[in-house]
Design a protein around this ligand. Structure first.
Ligand code: FES
Length: 408
């Protein structure tokens, strides 16, 4: 799954319609979305993965099935309606069927977010019988070469088979394609491929730079011209094709003037339970200094959501500094992303540097320049894998990560 896809996802739009059209950003009295990152293990090694680069710390201490079921029950009691089952690759666990059955019993709208690796006829039938509502499949390109390169695997043919399997089992076909330098020139063909596969939705998620994608930022970032062209092609396709397939183009925030309202507001809508049970308001929160994130093994989700210092830390605007505090637009973006602000500037309370009004906006313009610098951009990609995660934990790749505060 992508960092981008949580903020503005197809599923979020669906939940709004289920929620009598009430936008999912009006209150923090209940979490609407529970994202269960059930494992960080993954057969793919995507260069753009948003997962923490030190994920290897959490591959041996995953929650048990019973602990997940308890978390689902507690979050539902708090009002969560939407369950995302994500990873890593969730299908590496053999208890997803049990989680799906429990989710159905509890009345969640459940969504499996998968690379497709490990989805068999037997498992998809079990998911259907168990009441799984939705499957979101990641695709990478129309060419085998780029698919296999960017994921560092041979999964091109498999993904097409899995897409057909999803369709055959009567699921809406929801594709997610992360867009970067290597596939942005194939936008029209990617859209045509999605149409040929019978997709109902496609999310074109321009890479946002967190986790592994931040380490590989200079290698992945396309130019502004390429992004504009990709958006133009997408709009043209939408006009020609009508409403048959819904197409979402997630604009990359490095090329916007204003930051995104990250996670729809800290502790407003989303609650993430990670593989080892840490409870976070966003994927990257553990990079932030001076915050202790609770764990479901020690604390109830009710306390976590309502009373924990972690979930209350960036609610409201009393924590904001200038220029955000007196900004007329602060309600719109809530000063952007806390994790991005910290990773890029070392100041978690400062304006997200994506904002052109931020005194640190130069770090974004510099990053864009670096991505055009052939010496910097030709450094090898660091793929997401256990060996590289261990190396980052051991401080062996410091030349690539030291410019980012507290990465992972
Ligand atoms: Fe945006 Fe953490 S990822 S606030």
């Amino acid at each position: 799954m992508t960092q981008a896809s949580l903020g503005q996802s197809v599923v979020q739009k669906e939940i709004q319609s289920q929620n009598n059209g009430v936008a999912a950003n009006i209150t923090h009295t209940q979490p609407l979305w529970l994202l269960a990152e059930v494992t960080y293990r993954c057969p793919l090694h995507c260069a753009f993965c948003y997962n923490p680069t030190d994920y290897d710390k959490h591959t041996q201490n995953e929650l048990t099935t019973e602990q997940w079921i308890q978390a689902l029950r507690d979050a539902r009691r708090l009002g969560a309606l939407q369950l995302g089952i994500s990873g890593g690759e969730p299908l590496l666990r053999d208890d997803i069927e049990d989680i799906v059955i429990e989710a159905k019993k509890l009345g969640y709208y459940s969504n499996l977010i998968t690379s497709g690796v490990g989805l068999t006829e037997k498992r998809i039938q079990a998911f259907k019988d168990g009441g799984l509502d939705h499957i979101q499949l990641s695709m990478h390109d129309i060419t085998e070469e780029i698919n296999n390169f960017i994921t560092n695997t041979k999964t091109f043919e498999l993904k097409k088979k899995v897409a057909a399997m999803i369709k055959n089992h009567g699921y809406p076909m929801v594709l997610n394609v992360v867009i970067h330098r290597y596939n942005i020139g194939h936008m029209r063909q990617i859209l045509e491929m999605a149409e040929a596969l019978g997709a109902d939705y496609i999310e074109l998620a321009n890479t946002q730079y967190y986790g592994w994608s931040l380490v590989n930022r200079s290698q992945l970032m396309p130019t502004k011209e390429q992004i504009d062209e990709a958006e133009r092609i997408t709009n043209e396709f939408r006009e020609k094709q009508g409403s048959k397939m819904k197409v979402f183009f997630v604009v990359p925030d490095y090329f916007s003037d204003r930051p995104k309202k990250c996670m729809n507001g800290w502790g407003e809508v989303f609650m993430i339970v990670t593989a080892n049970g840490d409870v976070l308001p966003c994927h990257s929160a553990r990079v932030l200094p001076n915050i202790e994130f609770p764990n479901v093994k020690d604390k109830g989700l009710d306390w976590v959501w309502n009373d924990s210092p972690a979930f209350n830390k960036y609610r409201g605007d009393s924590w904001m500094k200038e220029p955000c505090r007196s900004c007329a637009e602060k309600e719109k973006d809530l000063a952007g992303c806390r994790c991005q602000a910290f990773m890029l500037t070392g100041d978690a309370e400062g304006a997200d540097p994506v904002c052109s009004l931020s005194p640190n906006h130069h770090v974004i313009t510099q990053a864009i320049e670096d991505s055009r610098n052939s010496v910097i951009a030709s450094q090898p990609i660091i793929f997401r894998n256990d060996k590289n995660s261990k190396a980052i934990i051991a401080g062996e790749l410091n030349d690539r990560v030291k410019e980012f505060h507290a990465l992972p």
